[in-house]
Design a protein around this ligand. Sequence first.
Ligand code: PGA
Length: 252
Amino acid sequence: MRKKIVAGNWKMNMNISEGLALAGSINKYFLDNPSKRAEAVLCTPFIHLAGVAETLKNSKLSLGAQNCASEPSGAFTGEVSCDMIKSTGAQYVIIGHSERRTYFNEDDKLLNKKTLLALKSGLTVIFCCGEVLPEREQNIYFQVVKKQLEVGLFNLQPEDFAKIVIAYEPVWAIGTGLTASPEQAQEMHSYIRSLIRERYGKEIADQTTILYGGSCKPSNASEIFAMPDVDGGLIGGASLKKDDFCAIVNAV
Ligand code: PGA
């Protein structure tokens, strides 16, 4: 059985006390109502990591960052390295979110560099891919995602690739309220799995967790997560509300 994951991406929201309060309330909910099927992950801003790690001590919730530096250490003012992230107690890092690709010009080559560093630090990478609206309309979304995965991930050794989580996030669905239909999500997830099968073989393809992201909410999560190749979600806006996030985790 593949691991099911629901990861909340807080993005650039909440100050420290708000973030600790949210993490505390989600933690309390899952202590009282343990999640049976999915692992829940909170991906917070860097400055929250150490504090939230403390809040989540002895809990089943996991912690992640939303980005990492593309260099291991040194004179890179303002950057945060994978080793630093790991040292907070975080286990995950999101790499290649479309907002990083769009606003910070991160390309697949750079994302590949970050991915290799994150693996070296012992972090589990949630690698994001997905097409923008014109690419969907021009019917080139398969090629777009294929290239993102080929350049971003497919030079990894099989034992390293086996540790990757993929998140398919159609950019036109992020923060827009427009969700991919369950069929659209399934079509792409099964395509991604077929690419992994070609490159790494059936066993690794069958074990790879592929998350869907883009306007997931309690009202649509169950039908998307019911698709055979959808193994959970990467949740933006709805992860900032305890009740919504917990309901989405329970929808797996
Ligand atoms: P959204 O964001 O759920 O707010 O659409 C998803 C994401 O960006 O990961």
